[in-house]
Design a protein around this ligand. Structure first.
Ligand code: GLY
Ligand code: MN
Ligand code: MN
Length: 437
């Protein structure tokens, strides 16, 4: 059996279980359609419903839908507009077509006519802001229990999903090297961003998220995506958090570079080492929350070693100082979405883990299991807004912190596939290694 055949069999089995558990016999998964800007007729880039692309690598066919009845072959209503304004979407022959009954439609009335009374017995999953979808008579719209069930099990990736994630990482790693070279050549943030896109022949809307391309102080702005058009007089440091997609699956990679040897280059190496040490602690049964705390202690040790904060790693962590320098979560599930869903789900009935107010931005609280894929992305930055709370703390060495401020900060981010007994796969480092081979 091919990996795709095994994947769609798994998806089908997961839908069977989810539908049975939530008392539905069928589901209509709508791909969605682009929204237009207010008082305008310009569409935003189309982002397909993730639960649609879970079934099929069809990401650019708005108004399509998958109708699935438990135990039956899924039916794909593939929307192909009869439209002389736009280029038709070409669907190349591919293996997935053997696994669905394909019905090409040019109007959604053809879907409702074919489904007839079956529509009112189906659960609907998708966006329904536009007609005629908004007025369809359905059994339920986006039932939370059905979605929770699907989201819980999506955390374990199939081999086909891993293949796609590997390619997404290879694409992103290749573009990262082009961006690094543009930084070393003294280019502006916008030029670096363009070098990234050009390297992999991507348009911006194909990226899984807005790339973070920050020179110097901008590295400390966690979601910096402003892109200065002029290069600074001196490019001291470069933080890039940028991904790529392949068949709807996402890569999410961060690297930080120093222009010169010295204190900041040493800090990048220290954070990189701390991240790699943490990677060795990942194994089934460990709580992701514990990994987050463990990474905090390693960042706290760096804060101490580099003289930013005085004290032991434990006291730096316990007093909340490490949270001022490393304010975000250790990482998140990744797959069909950059921030893949289900990180707080305790089970497939929708119960959730309580979030710890001490770590409000941590998106993943589940125990680590073989087959999960998540990012590990520690950081260390000078975020003045967060340091204000510690303005009077005698443990903080403000002169030393002032030395770091012009460099922004460091983040290193890889995506990890959890294997048995800590035998994990690092999608990101493997992708870089393949390029250097
Ligand atoms: N690029 C967004 C993140 O790392 O979560
Ligand atoms: Mn991430
Ligand atoms: Mn990222």
């Amino acid at each position: 059996m091919s990996s795709y055949a095994a994947h769609i069999a798994t998806v089908q089995a997961r839908f069977d279980a989810a539908l049975a558990a939530t008392n539905f016999d069928s589901v209509l998964v709508y791909a969605g359609q682009p929204r237009v800007a207010f008082l305008d007729d310009n569409p935003a880039p189309f982002k397909v419903n993730p639960l649609f692309k879970y079934w099929l690598p069809v990401t650019a066919s708005p108004k399509s839908a998958i109708f699935y009845e438990r135990g039956q072959k899924p039916v794909l209503f593939l929307f192909q507009a009869r439209d002389f304004w736009h280029a038709p979407v070409t669907i190349e022959p591919a293996e997935w077509q053997e696994h669905v009954e394909l019905v090409v439609i040019d109007d959604l009335s053809k879907l409702t006519a074919q489904l007839g009374s079956k529509l009112q017995d189906a659960a609907f999953i998708g966006e329904d802001f536009a007609e005629p979808v908004a007025s369809w008579n359905l059994k339920a719209r986006n039932p939370q229990d059905l979605i929770d069930h699907l989201h819980f099990h999506r955390a374990l990736k199939t081999e086909w999903e891993l293949e796609n994630l590997r390619v997404a990482n290879e694409r992103a790693a290749y573009a990262h090297l082009a961006a690094r070279d543009a930084f070393l050549a003294g280019k502006s943030e916008l030029e670096i961003h363009h070098a990234y896109l050009a390297a992999i022949h991507f348009r911006e809307s194909e990226l899984p998220y807005n790339s973070i391309v920050g020179l110097n102080e901008h590295g400390a702005i966690l979601h910096y995506d402003v892109y200065e058009t002029q290069a600074p007089a001196e490019s001291r440091s470069f933080l890039i958090d940028a991904g790529a997609t392949y068949r709807g699956y996402c890569a999410d990679i961060t690297r930080t570079y120093a222009r010169n040897e010295g204190f900041f280059a040493d800090l990048v190496t220290a954070v990189d080492d701390a991240q790699q040490t943490l990677l060795k602690e990942i194994k089934p049964g460990v709580d992701y929350y514990q990994l987050h705390v463990s990474q905090h202690l390693k960042i706290a040790q760096i804060l101490s070693d580099f003289g930013f904060v005085e004290g032991s790693a434990e006291s730096i962590y316990e007093q909340g100082f490490s949270s001022a320098f490393f304010p975000h979560g250790l990482g998140h599930f990744i797959g069909l979405q950059v921030h893949d869903v289900g990180g707080f789900l305790r089970n497939d009935r929708g119960d959730t883990y309580d979030r710890d107010p001490r770590h409000p931005f941590l998106r993943l609280l589940r125990p680590v299991e073989e087959g999960q894929v998540f990012t590990i992305e520690p950081g260390l930055y000078v975020v003045d807004q967060l340091l204000e709370a510690h303005a009077d703390a005698k443990e903080l060495n403000w002169e030393r912190i002032a030395e770091l401020r012009p460099y922004g900060g460091v983040r290193i981010e890889d995506s990890i596939v959890v294997g048995a007994d800590g035998n994990n796969e690092n999608l990101t480092r493997d992708a870089f290694a393949k390029l250097q081979a």
